[in-house]
Design a protein around this ligand. Sequence first.
Ligand code: FAD
Length: 529
Amino acid sequence: MEFTLVCTRINVLVLLLALSSPCTFIQSPMDFGQLNFLQTTTTASLDFGRIFFNSPSAVLRPQSPKEILQLLSFLSAPSFSKVTVAARGAGHSIHGQAQAVNGIVIEMDSLPPSIEIHRKRDGEPGFSYADASGGTLWVELLKESLTHGLAPRSWTDYLYLSIGGTLSNAGISGQTFKYGPQISNVLQLDVITGKGELVTCSPTESSGLFHAVLGGLGQFGIITSARILLQDAPQKVKWVRAFYEDFGIFTNDQELLISMTDIVDYVEGFVVLNEQSLHSSSIAFPSHLGFMPQLQSGTSHVYYCIEFAIHFYQEKDSNPDKLVKEITKQLNFMPSYIYSVEVSYFDFLNRVRMEEMSLRRRGLWDVTHPWMNMFVPKSGILQFRDLLLDNISPTTFEGPILIYPILRDKWNPNMSAVLPERGSEHGDKVLYIVGMLRSANPSTCTAECLESLLQQNRRIVETATSPRIGAKQYLSHYCQEQQWREHFGGKWERFLAGKSEYDPLSILAPGQGIFERKYSKWPTTLQSQ
Ligand code: FAD
């Protein structure tokens, strides 16, 4: 049901509870204190995907974590209430994961901005780190930490995502092979559980909650603060792109690059399907790419581009050009199709923002995004490439397709994030990330066209996750418990146990579609709707 309710602070919630309760039973308004409910729910029913539009009944804009605590303490008491709660970071999900139909969305960006940088002194044990509130955007953390000469180690390609949002998934990019995903770079979290308890957790303190929350799809608690590991920030980055015709040579070279963990700092790669895909992924790369072999429209020749980067520091005596030469000597790209540029560290990390600006100018940012992201075992990457190309039309496809390898041993298996199990039994360390980041402009792609693209994605996911390929979805979207059970595989029982321990009434993150809210139909019995 889609509707917008005009809310007036506290009495609204009472009304909401009444509306969404199976009975006409109203809790006391005094229990909520002065929570900051917003008047409209428009942004909270939208996300980057623009595929799902589920209106909450109210939006909370907390001014402090205490307000979140108050709300969850109230809702976690067994009651007739069916109200669910979704934290919303930057709302850059694709499939409504931060939405709460008829529930309450908590807009995490309303928490007062708070980033505290702690630089480790020489000789002092431990690490440099930043304490940042859960709604902080990664770009804000980058800007602040750079003023101290520091920066987080692991990134996403796009920085206008919230810390709580990416830590609920994994947070991956070209640095993942070296430092692991963002969830592997967290020292401590403050979490408000679905039971309405504020817990500070770390690998040594309340470690069950710490591991559950990282990659936990928002199911166990709301991250109000995260302690993120920092390292010395480089001043400059040497950013290199090399083109390939042969997929096997492309992946071999990528795997060679990720084996050079001492000198290479970033490795990604993408498929060049057509001129538009080359152009759109090159907006931030300040060099003319004279790579136009057979990319005329109408042909379906596909190329691949590796991009890698090395950091360098003014104070250290490094010669990046020499280093790049030594590395590229070992690669087998198409002769002469190699390009390199030197950019500031900030511009390098913020490269997708330039693409965003360009797309915004052309009205192509706020469009529908039927994206699909997969982790693919190394043994299945060629089959997966074929599956992908068999299911899309290279000449008309809009958006980038990323393919790059990562290393399994940089992930902590105790965390909730899921990787393919296939390959691990043979000690296969390499896995691939594939992101099919498609845009569908509603002015040219009607509802029927969008449905056919989503259908295409479902077909690809179904085949890719079958035992033949053994892939797993990243930023998954499933509707049935059985599908989630298969997705989590050997981690499912632990995920279930964590849910009953930290959010027994299934109040949190309903947009993920994993659990149904539990409520009392009769005061003493808890049961599903
Ligand atoms: P939201 O969409 O707001 O929320 C996502 C989920 O997390 C929801 O279930 C929500 O309830 C929960 N949540 C949000 N905040 C909290 C919190 N504080 N505590 C607990 N739960 C919370 N991902 C990558 O890994 N690498 C990339 O390179 C990458 N690039 C992207 C580029 C673009 C342009 C976009 C749109 C997305 C990209 N993503 C990438 C995906 C992105 O990491 C996820 O969609 C992430 O969830 C977005 O963060 P958000 O703050 O927008 O989260």
